[in-house]
Write a protein that binds this ligand. Structure first.
Ligand SMILES: [Zn+2]
Length: 322
């Protein structure tokens, strides 16, 4: 066993985070529950009018997220967390000028030049035929999860650097994610993993899907290990044509996958409120949401510790094609 691995092995029992409650964890809440629910409620409120790209509601959402990034003291690439881009929805032809990705980072203690990119889109569908599409589950929930993860890793420094991105224009054809992988803020070959959250609050069976291990099978045992005692049941699937739906390109992890970057996407099974005006805060499951976010943070922390393995496996293992 190389010295470095040995050291990590010895350090494992000292980790602050664990699902089994050790005295260390009792003093620190992995998630600030009130904050998380406040975030979900505010971002999906009528005031923000569905956060469609380019709207006043989108701008208000940006302000809210930027304020949190500032408060946490997260690093920025360049002068601002805001990274502007133009985007055309290929399906509708609608054009968006100055759409906004919000990008922040926390430096790793051990391998600061190696990155995990944690993502969630903050945009939604806006107002259609006079009805507000609040997008609580899709994806105020993931955006809240993103901010909760940023808080956690601010207090518990990761070994590798973590980039946090609130993407815009996901609903317009993964616009923000495509822009990012074509114009990355760090070299793409230094990004080892994408963890994407999209729809993580609306489930009443206590089931959260981890999608992507069909393409990157080496991630599965690691995710299983780090969710073994998790408060939600983590299921695998929806990532090949063996399923009635294949979510490989269904959200912002898709462009990362297209660039050969391993991903794990966390989301719930489709529900009647998906892309409907009834996707509201009231229709989410707050307890499940909190537990899902705790679970996802646990996976990110575990994969950060084992990123050597992830990197090696992604370079050597045969990955099934799309
Ligand atoms: Zn979404």
């Amino acid at each position: 066993m190389p010295l470095k691995s040995l050291l990590k092995f010895l350090l494992l029992p000292l980790l602050l985070f664990s699902f089994s409650c050790t005295p260390d964890t009792a003093t620190y809440d992995v998630v600030d529950r009130n904050q998380l629910l406040d975030d979900l409620q505010y971002l999906s409120s009528d005031e923000l009018e569905g956060r469609k790209t380019g709207t006043e509601g989108s701008r208000m959402a940006q302000e809210y997220i930027i304020e949190r990034f500032n408060t946490l003291g997260l690093g920025m690439f360049g002068e601002s967390y805001k990274h502007l881009f133009d985007h055309t929805n290929q399906r509708t032809g609608e054009e968006f000028i100055d759409a906004v990705n919000l990008i922040a980072y926390i430096e790793g203690s051990d391998q600061p030049e190696r990155y995990i990119v944690v993502t969630a889109h903050y945009d939604h569908l806006g107002v259609q035929d006079g009805e507000i599409y609040n997008g609580a589950d899709d994806n105020a929930s993931g955006t809240g999860g993103l901010m909760a993860a940023a808080r956690y890793f601010t207090d518990n420094q990761p070994q590798n650097s973590i980039i946090f991105i609130a993407f815009d224009a996901e609903e317009q054809g993964l616009g923000g994610a495509w822009h990012f992988v074509e114009n990355p803020v760090v070299p793409l070959d230094q990004i080892v993993l994408n963890v994407n959250m999209d729809m993580i609050s609306n489930n009443f069976e206590n089931e959260l899907y981890a999608v992507g291990t069909y393409h990157y099978p080496f991630l599965k045992p690691l995710i299983e290990e780090y969710t073994a005692g998790a408060p939600v049941d983590v299921l695998f699937g929806f990532d090949s044509d063996e399923w009635d739906q294949d979510w490989t390109m269904a959200s912002d992890h898709g462009p990362f996958h297209q660039k050969g970057i391993p991903f794990v996407y966390f989301g719930v099974e489709d529900h009647p409120h998906y892309h409907a005006p009834t996707d509201t805060f009231e229709n989410t499951n707050p307890e499940f949401y909190i537990d899902a976010v705790i679970t996802i943070i646990g996976v990110i922390e575990g994969l950060d510790l084992r990123l050597n393995e992830v990197e090696e496996a992604s370079q050597t293992e045969q990955v099934p094609s799309e």
